[in-house]
Ligand binder design. Structure first.
Ligand SMILES: [Zn+2]
Ligand SMILES: [Zn+2]
Length: 152
């Protein structure tokens, strides 16, 4: 579980980088997938992606927080708070916020090929497929048969 005081981090970055207090709530939302965070127009609260925060370094976290704070402060000042607005682009550049959320590395399990000796039943696990006619079992000299794929 990620130990990160998101509310404290947003409060601090708002004061140091924007010179204005963040007066709403900042929380983690586990349902966010590809975005680093989001600004909720209804409540003016900020939500952040805990999976992304767990995978990136502190500089990237600060960049994500600055991005969301740009939406927040511009909206409250009745300025252009959307990605396409010049106000947004300008402020984002000024405070050094991230333009795009970083790509998460997919947590795909490693797949391996499973072989079994047709003679003695010895199992062989390989990252790459091999030609079963070219290799024999190290234990009995029998031939291997491809059983299938399995997660490592
Ligand atoms: Zn945004
Ligand atoms: Zn064998």
């Amino acid at each position: 579980m990620l130990e990160y005081d998101i509310q404290a981090a947003v409060n601090r970055i708002s004061l140091t980088d924007f010179g204005m207090a963040f007066q709403h709530r900042a929380t983690f939302n586990g349902r966010l997938r590809t975005t680093g965070g989001r600004f909720l127009l209804k409540t003016e609260n900020l939500e952040f992606n805990p999976k992304m925060f767990a995978q990136v370094d502190e500089a990237t976290r600060v960049g994500i927080i600055r991005h969301e704070l740009c939406h927040y402060h511009l909206y409250r000042q009745h300025k252009g708070y959307k990605h396409i607005d010049q106000d947004f682009k300008h402020l984002l550049k000024q405070v050094g916020g991230l333009r795009y959320a970083p790509r998460l590395t997919p947590t795909k399990p490693i797949r391996i090929w499973v072989y079994r000796c047709e003679n003695c039943g010895q199992e062989g696990l390989r990252r790459r497929r091999f030609d079963t006619s070219r290799y024999v079992c190290g234990r009995c000299g029998g031939h291997f048969a491809l059983i299938g794929q399995r997660s490592a």
